[in-house]
Design a protein around this ligand. Structure first.
Ligand code: G3I
Length: 390
């Protein structure tokens, strides 16, 4: 039994009690038809989560949302905000802290949307994952197409890290500092990634050092997709992190994005893989989970595939809960309608845990039940909780 399950949680009530009631409209928390009013707040993901475990969502905005047929969800949709506040204890800006958003022109920073998310999280007793500082994608044109010397680029990156991390010092729990720096064969992206191309691999340690200078409290992570199983890419991170730790670089965590497709398999080595990073003394996290499948004209996959999807969510969450310092599990959005998947993989979707009118899918209940089993009272509590007996 891990320390997590041994410590069984009594703190979920404390977490919700800390919610700002003014910031939490009482909508969409539970289905009043099945949940007695007094228990509605308990019928959420965050209520059921173990005390020191964060269940999170990406905050929809920017990226593919800018060309969608709905207004930006986070600033404009009160119901969406209420569900984010009620269901999740961790938030990740989906796009709003990326370079193209916060640093649109040389020397010009725009923190409006990112500030709103951090303020909202604080008002609702949530932690924030910062995303991201060092990536090959969503960089502004002025940077990618600028004619900078290596010395100038180094100064630009240092200023960005100090400015962005420093702005939120003490308010961001975990930073996904370096994102997707290896390809699937385990080679550093020395062509795609401007920093690796122009400044060489030693810049990786510098970025972590600069982030640590700007916020000594924040836990600093690597983050990538296709690293859930033990494979060439995960092995490359394992070797790099060992090397950086030996040099005294402040690396604190490894995040598995966990963007899965039902046409592929679920890698049963996920727990063992999380464990080997944990054994290095790191925290680990599931940072962006979704599970896509082939969909019909209605945007849904078959019920059979939805059950399989639910099982994969349960398996990934269980793997994380079983590893002592896997402390955070984030889904890459709350609603299917907001997901990046159909935009990038036409014909695929239905990848998240709620649809349409915040209707909960089997995947939602798989997460809620798995959290409840690990939370205070475990299975005995489940037996007495009307909402959780579904
Ligand atoms: O930059 C182009 C622009 O030139 C073009 O005119 C426009 C037309 O559609 O597209 C713009 O690119 C968009 C990009 O965001 C930049 O804002 C893409 O279409 C759009 O698909 C993209 O979406 C974001 C994507 O990251 C970018 O890689 C998604 O909203 C966001 O959910 C997604 O999130 C990433 C994580 O950050 C890292 N891990 C993978 C995850 C899913 O891809």
């Amino acid at each position: 039994m891990t320390t997590r399950t041994a410590l069984l949680r009594t703190g979920a009530a404390t977490a919700l009690a800390a919610l700002s009631l003014t910031a939490l409209p009482q909508a969409a928390v539970a289905d009043p038809g099945t949940t007695p009013p007094g228990l509605a707040k308990q019928d959420t993901l965050r209520w059921n989560a173990p005390k020191d475990f964060h269940i999170g969502s990406a905050v929809a905005g920017g990226g593919h949302h800018t060309t969608a047929d709905y207004p930006e969800p986070f600033p404009s949709d009160p119901r969406y905000r209420s569900v984010l506040a009620a269901e999740f204890s961790s938030l990740t800006p989906e796009n709003q802290m990326k370079w193209e958003f916060v640093h649109p022109e040389p020397g010009v920073y725009d923190f409006g949307p990112a500030d709103d998310i951090v303020d909202f999280a604080e008002a609702n007793g949530q932690v924030v994952r910062g995303h991201t500082l060092f990536w090959h994608s969503q960089n502004p044109d002025w940077l990618e197409n600028g004619d900078y010397t290596p010395e100038e680029l180094r100064a630009i990156l240092k200023d960005h890290v100090h400015t962005v991390v420093g702005r939120y010092a003490g308010r961001i729990q975990q930073w996904e500092v370096a994102n997707e720096i290896f390809d699937d064969s385990g080679q550093l992206r020395t062509q795609d990634n401007i920093w690796l191309r122009e400044l060489g691999p030693s810049i990786i340690g510098d970025v972590f050092r600069w982030a640590h200078e700007a916020d000594p409290e924040a836990k600093l992570f690597f983050n990538d997709y296709n690293v859930e199983g033990t494979n060439a890419k995960a092995d490359a991170y394992y070797a790099l992190i060992q090397d950086l730790l030996a040099q005294g670089v402040p690396v604190h965590g490894f995040g598995m994005q966990t963007h899965l497709g039902l046409q592929y398999g679920f890698d049963g080595r996920m727990q063992a893989n999380l464990q080997r990073f944990d054994d290095l003394g790191l925290e680990t996290a599931v940072t962006e989970m979704d599970v896509r499948g082939p969909v019909g004209a209605d945007g849904r996959m078959s019920e059979e595939l939805r059950q399989k999807q639910a099982e994969w969510f349960r398996s990934a969450l269980s793997a994380c809960l079983a590893v002592e310092d896997c402390n955070s599990f984030t889904v890459w959005g709350a609603l299917d309608e907001h997901s990046w998947v159909p935009n990038t993989f036409p014909g695929y979707g239905d990848a998240l845990t709620m649809e349409g009118d915040y209707e909960r899918k089997p995947a939602y209940y798989a997460l809620q039940r798995t959290l409840a089993e690990a939370g205070p009272g475990g299975a005995a509590r489940l037996a007495h909780h009307p909402a959780l007996r579904r």
